[in-house]
Design a protein around this ligand. Sequence first.
Ligand code: GTP
Ligand code: MG
Length: 305
Amino acid sequence: MTDSLFSCGFAIIIGPPNAGKSTLLNELLDFKLSIVTPKPQTTRKKITGIYHNDTCQIIFLDTPGIMKPQQKLHESMLGIVRDTLKDADVVIALLPYAVTPDGIDVEFADELFTSWLQSTGKPIIVVLNKCDLVSAERHQHVEAFVQKRWMPAKVLSVSALKAKNMMQLVDALQPFLPMHEPLYPEDTLSTAPERFFVSEIIREKIFLQYGREVPYSTEVVIDEFKEQYEDDPTRKDLIRCSVIVERDTQKQILIGSKGAALKKLGQTARKDIEAMLGRPVFLELFIKVRPDWRKKNNLLKSFGY
Ligand SMILES: Nc1nc2c(ncn2[C@@H]2O[C@H](COP(=O)(O)OP(=O)(O)OP(=O)(O)O)[C@@H](O)[C@H]2O)c(=O)[nH]1
Ligand SMILES: [Mg+2]
């Protein structure tokens, strides 16, 4: 462990919403740490995931997707990306393959490089994700285009979903990490507490179960997390959460006819929470209306934005 050839550092995963940033983090860690849904703007905060091997430790930082802010919540999310970027030793610019003439969203990538990345002077690896959706000839063509236009330290095509080229990515990152002993013990997967991941699982299930604006208007707050199972296995852990929405109509949708939707949400979330914690839980969800919480600084702050 004290081998001087060991490297350890921080790698930010940055890119547009829905690029597959969280899928990539999970695949690298071989653990579902960060929530994933088909909807954009799923991730709202920094997710720290720690990768270990014999020669390096990489602290991956998954971030919210970069978009044009339409409200204060978005501005806070972009602030989180900006702060996270400062911590990074190396940048993974994750750009998904797209059905455009150039094979990626050039306008977004231009903006990412000029407004976010170039001024930092940090080494940038462009990772072209969702390569499973395009042909091998296309990869070469787009990789060459990216190399020429933005001149990153490296370009690599991967599929986070199909676990393609994951080790190539780790190998590409390693030269840019400082020579340093590991910062965290080998069994540490993240620095965030369990209760944060519990709230994320509930948010994921809301994104998957409900349509339109409901997932975007929802926040989850853990009010109480009573760990009692370990001391007394006849008692499950007790988790009480507030599910915050902006309008009464959204509250009705969340609850559903005769409470059926909320019951289903509780059941699907509990299953995943129990799998993550490895112990049984009793999950209570309370729906609360906080009008326009996404626009209010004090509420955003109290929700950790
Ligand atoms: N075909 C394909 N789909 C992928 C790949 N990686 C991710 N996806 C899908 O893309 C969608 C978005 O994935 P996420 O990992 O949530 O994307 P994200 O960049 O974290 O999105 P935000 O958190 O909203 O910014 C999901 O439906 C994933 O299954 C890939 O390599 N190939
Ligand atoms: Mg995400």
